[in-house]
Design a protein around this ligand. Structure first.
Ligand SMILES: [Fe+2]
Length: 254
């Protein structure tokens, strides 16, 4: 909690929109989310207002707020050290490329062709790490909402049941060899469970992430050591369904 001032519960709830489930979902489908999901430009122009920049985004909750499922020390190191390092490294790589810096991280990982070959892998790893972690901090929360919105209906339609979705998502998280991510993403107009290696993002493959889980060891090793399965099982206790619903609606319009 040193590098990131914790919000009060009231502030955190406001930020997380924890009350926006079920009846409130109409608001989630509103224009603000459609605007968030506006397609990124292919050319490196200034990033749209409100999109991710090159600064460490604050958490909407205190580092210890997810305990016992994710411990405070892990959250602090993960957010203030690992995530910050991706940003620092990406900005260093982009020195001398003000146009790419202005485009913003999401635009770069959506279209690597605009990134010079000499820094492309570094940008893939570090801008990818920045975008993935910024996404992850929003889909975990102490106040998780409920999976009863339109996303819940869509998941049941795509996978047969919520339990079957969780089974497939967990399997993807456990099968990912080494470091990477498990995702629920919209791709080709359908909800799919995906897995990516390292800091690769579904955005680079034309997919829109709805739920993501970091399965790098740095995300869980202090508390769970080698027990990735226990960490993956605990994820369902902190998954922010309210944010996932927002992501789903953004994906529908994106
Ligand atoms: Fe991570």
């Amino acid at each position: 909690m040193k590098a990131n001032s914790p919000m009060s519960r009231r502030e955190a709830l406001k930020v997380l929109g924890a009350g926006a489930v079920a009846a409130g979902l109409a608001a989630v489908t509103g224009k603000s989310f459609a605007a968030d999901a506006a397609a990124a430009p292919a050319a490196p122009v200034a990033a749209p207002a409100g999109s991710l920049g090159w600064e460490l985004p604050p958490l909407g909750f205190a580092y210890g707020a997810l305990e016992p499922h994710i411990d405070a020390r892990t959250m602090e190191i993960h957010h203030s050290k690992h995530h910050q390092a991706y940003i620092t490294n990406a900005k260093k790589l982009l020195e001398g490329h003000p146009d790419l810096l202005a485009a913003g991280p999401e635009a770069l990982i959506r279209d690597f062709a605009q990134v010079p070959e000499g820094i492309r892998t570094g940008i893939r790893n570090n801008a990818g790490g920045h975008v993935n972690h910024a996404f992850f901090w929003k889909v975990i929360a102490p106040d998780t909402g409920a999976s009863i919105g339109q996303l819940g209906v869509a998941i049941a339609g795509a996978f047969g049941s919520m339990d079957e979705f969780k089974k497939q998502f967990s399997a993807a998280a456990l099968k990912r060899f080494g470091s990477g991510w498990a995702w629920l993403a919209m791709k080709g107009g359908a909800l799919q469970v995906l897995s990516t290696a390292n800091q690769d993002s579904p955005l680079s493959d034309g997919a829109h992430p709805v739920i993501g889980l970091d399965v790098w060891e740095h995300a869980y090793y202090l508390h769970y050591q080698n027990r990735r399965a226990d960490y993956v099982a605990a994820f369902w206790n902190v998954l922010n369904w309210t944010q996932a619903e927002r992501n789903y609606h953004a994906a529908l319009t994106g």
